[in-house]
Design a protein around this ligand. Structure first.
Ligand code: MG
Length: 387
């Protein structure tokens, strides 16, 4: 794309619907699909574009908790509260577009169309720039019948979103038809004003999730793009000769007469796990993110490091599937503390305990671990990255 093709735009995503026909017993935009809610898939598609000047989601005030959970960690302004109809909700959204010129372009996109492709979004923005109003639309593949009369399929288009408008135009259309609720989309309002709405070819993949069938189809398409990765971590810490009462391993304190030496709390198990997770996203190692030269990490709880690796994984669209940890030491005995360790690590990583495996072995008296000079830990994690 050349610089002259770069068309910035605002985005509104109406997500105030309460439809549960897609199954799951919750409004479809909040139903998890391939690891995250439908709405989050849709939002992330737009957030990946540098053209987005602002993005506001319009929600039902009764669904605020579901919304907050769905967008957790995303950099978004507060949602706009919706109204009784989609049209009124969109109007609320338009009134909340941040300090902008009327020449700006606004794209309005259904929350339940997570499979829109970014090329089509950019084509639509470019066309809107030229014509002031445009919508994605797709030819109809099936033959159509109306009360037993054949319809000329060749002249019929299935209208999709996003739909793009000059802000001044769509604002005027909403004001003009404020009390008329017979419109199902924004392009219809603009056409009713007598303004032409251009069509930009969309993809049939950009279907609106409405029924359970749609949901399953969308999930299959998204899941096909899921990548499985593994990461490995290894760490060693030496015992401190000074006598103590406990040692920190796997996020818990175990009674023991020797602790491990280290800049942080020297939790060898959490360090190996942190490196394994960072490995899945090729994000360096624990020292890259938490250099021992930084006094902030002196005696730090290593749960902080592990949580940060999980945050970085999540930011890349990843979720942790499983972690397998092996501790190598003669002492302390790990077995009696295995369950507590498993539970603590599962808590830190926000997964059920059965996704965390903890194993321990001695090295039969051989090497530094055999001589009781320190503890080694190795971890292998499996993650899924959703494209
Ligand atoms: Mg370490």
């Amino acid at each position: 794309m050349t610089k002259t093709d770069f068309h910035p735009f605002h985005v509104l995503i109406p997500a105030a619907g309460t439809g549960t026909r897609a199954g799951g017993g919750i409004p479809k935009q909040y139903r998890p699909m391939a690891g995250k809610p439908v709405l989050r898939h849709t939002i992330e598609k737009f957030l990946s574009l540098a053209n987005v000047k602002s993005l506001r989601v319009i929600i039902d005030p009764a669904q605020e908790d579901a919304y907050r959970a769905a967008v957790s960690g995303l950099d978004l302004p507060p949602p706009v509260m919706g109204a009784d109809t989609r049209k009124q909700s969109v109007y609320n959204g338009i009134k909340n577009i941040p300090d902008t010129s009327n020449e700006d372009i606004l794209l309005i996109h259904d929350a339940a169309r997570p499979l829109v492709n970014t090329k089509d979004i950019l084509n639509l923005a470019a066309r809107t720039h030229e014509t002031h109003a445009a919508t994605l639309a797709c030819p109809v593949a099936d033959s159509l019948l109306l009360e037993n009369a054949d319809l000329p399929r060749d002249h019929i288009l299935s209208v999709q979103t996003p739909q793009g408008f000059r802000l001044s135009l769509i604002r005027q259309a909403h004001e003009m038809f404020k009390d008329d609720n017979n419109f199902t989309d924004d392009a219809g309002l603009v056409r009713a004003m007598g303004h032409h709405v251009a069509t930009v070819p969309g993809s049939r993949m950009n279907f609106k999730i409405t029924t359970e069938d749609d949901f399953l189809m969308a999930e299959k398409i998204i899941s096909a793009a899921v990548e499985t990765r593994t990461g490995m971590g290894f760490d060693v810490h030496a015992f401190d000769p000074a006598p103590v009462k406990s040692i920190r391993i796997g996020g818990i304190d175990i009674p023991h007469t020797r602790a491990l030496l280290g800049h942080s709390d020297a939790d060898v198990a959490l360090h190996a796990l942190t490196d394994a997770i960072l490995g899945t996203i090729s994000a360096g190692d624990i020292g890259t993110h938490f250099p021992p030269s930084n006094p902030d990490w002196k005696a730090a709880d290593s749960a902080i490091f592990l949580k940060e690796s999980l945050r970085l994984l999540t930011a890349q669209g990843g979720t942790l599937v499983h972690a397998d940890l092996t501790l190598i030491c003669e002492h302390p005995k790990i077995g009696p503390h295995r369950d507590a360790m498993q539970k603590r690590i599962a808590d830190i990583l926000c997964v059920p305990p059965n996704r965390i495996s903890i194993k321990a072995t001695t090295s039969e008296g051989l090497g530094f671990t055999g001589r009781g000079e320190g503890i080694a830990a190795q971890a292998i994690v499996t993650v899924k990255i959703y494209g």
